[in-house]
Structures are given as structure tokens and as C-alpha cells.
Design a protein around this ligand. Structure first.
Ligand SMILES: [Zn+2]
Length: 241
């Protein structure tokens, strides 16, 4: 039983040190409270796009999704939504799901409760004003969260959503690199009997106009190559209640 004790001690040490950062930033960690990730049907996949709307990528992405007749989930920043209301309305009008990604993209785990509440409430208000639909889902910027953040989100009627496929599309890896990570992540989830909640970016949180065309091309290639069994859902498909 020696190894077991040692492993337990290592785990305790890990949690006291880097483990807390791990628990609050790692997208599939449930340590700080439950977040919505994906369903149990491996054929169900959700494309989720953060940090838009962005005129450099969102309109061509919408063209790609329309061509493949796929609906996706867009976690938008309120500040960008305010700057590009016509794109927000187009996303909603084409049947995609719009979620809250805060006004200005702070690391919420390090912000006081008042700022967290403001960031969430203001973003929902902007999006609801533009689309007429109530906002029910929220993705924390950088996946950063702690119990208070999740609690505040729930008080505002928002379901926190993370992801289980990361494609690093914020790095200069081209559509080949994005597609490779995408397919590896989906294959891993399929082997584990899980659906895939795929994190991608149609915007960049630092500035409007961030180049994301490689992401658009990777999505086009993914949808062209996807098996017929794949069912593309929006994240509300995995939420009951
Ligand atoms: Zn983001």
C-alpha cells in the first residue's frame, strides 16, 4: 500500500500548489463546481466560437456553416457585439446559439464579485437587446473560474460551459495544424464514449479584426470530411432543465 499513500500525498501537495490553478483553469475540471461540457453520444459534436463578433472572420464563417447546414454556438464579447450589431443579428437570424463571454474578457477568477456580476449582466443585456433572445449559456474567458464566479453566473440564470477539444487556433499553426488537433480531439472523445465540445475562435479578445481565417478554413475542411453519422448540435442540446 506504500505506493498508494505516496500517490495520495503527491495529490495533496499538487492541490496545495499548482493544483489550484489546474482546477480553476483546466476546462474539464469539475473541482470548482459543475460546468456543462458535452453529452454521452460520441456522434454529437458542437462547434463553439469565442471572442467574436469579428468582421475579419464571423461573416465568412457564417457562409461556411450555411453551406454545410450546420448550426454552431457563439460565445460573444459584449464590447464587440456593441461595435458590430449587424453581425450579431445575422448570427441569431441564421439559427445559431449565442452565449455570454463577458463584456471585456477579464480573468474572472481574479476579479471581485461586483466586477464579475457587472461583466456578466452587461454582456447578457447587450446580446438580449440586439437579438431579442434570452441568453442562457456563459463561457468564462480563459476557462478561468472559481466557486463565486459559477455561483454569480447561476444567479444571473447563466449555465457555465467549458469544452473538451482544444485546437490552439490562437497560435500560428495554420488550418492544417488546427484541423489536426480538431480531429485528434474528436477521435479521443469518440474512443472515450463522449460527445465533443470544440473550442475555436472567430475573434481575438484583444482587438476587433483579429485574423482568424485559418479557423474558418479548418472548419470548412472538417465539415467536408466529417462522417455522415456526425450530428452537429448547439450546446443547449446537452442541457436539461
Ligand atoms: Zn475568450
Amino acid at each position: 500500500m506504500r505506493w498508494f499513500v505516496a500517490a495520495g500525498a503527491a495529490a495533496a501537495l499538487g492541490l496545495a500548489g499548482g493544483g489550484l490553478a489546474y482546477a480553476s483553469l483546466w476546462p474539464t475540471s469539475q473541482f470548482f463546481g459543475r460546468t456543462l461540457i458535452a453529452g454521452r453520444d460520441p456522434d454529437e459534436l458542437a462547434l463553439t466560437f469565442d471572442d467574436g463578433p469579428n468582421d475579419a472572420a464571423t461573416p465568412p464563417l457564417l457562409d461556411v456553416l450555411a453551406r454545410h447546414q450546420v448550426r454552431a454556438t457563439f460565445f460573444m464579447m459584449g464590447s464587440f457585439a456593441r461595435q458590430r450589431p449587424e453581425i450579431v443579428r445575422r448570427v441569431a437570424g441564421e439559427g445559431h446559439l449565442i452565449g455570454n463571454h463577458t463584456m471585456d474578457h477579464p480573468k474572472l477568477a481574479f476579479e471581485p464579485a461586483q466586477r464579475v456580476r457587472q461583466e456578466l449582466a452587461d454582456c447578457s443585456a447587450v446580446l438580449e437587446d440586439l437579438t431579442g433572445n434570452s441568453v442562457r449559456f456563459f463561457r468564462p474567458p480563459f476557462g478561468s473560474r472559481r466557486p463565486t464566479v459559477l455561483q454569480l453566473a447561476r444567479e444571473l440564470g447563466l449555465v457555465p460551459v467549458t469544452w473538451n477539444v482544444t485546437c490552439n487556433d490562437w497560435e500560428p499553426i495554420g488550418s492544417d495544424g488546427i484541423l489536426r488537433r480538431l480531429q485528434a480531439g474528436v477521435t479521443r472523445n469518440r474512443m472515450n464514449g463522449r460527445g465533443s465540445n470544440i473550442l475555436l475562435h472567430d475573434g481575438g479578445h484583444r482587438a476587433m479584426g483579429t485574423r482568424r481565417i485559418d479557423t474558418v478554413h479548418a472548419v470548412d475542411r472538417l465539415l467536408t470530411a466529417a462522417s455522415r453519422e456526425s450530428r452537429w448540435v448547439t450546446v443547449d442540446a446537452w442541457h436539461s432543465g
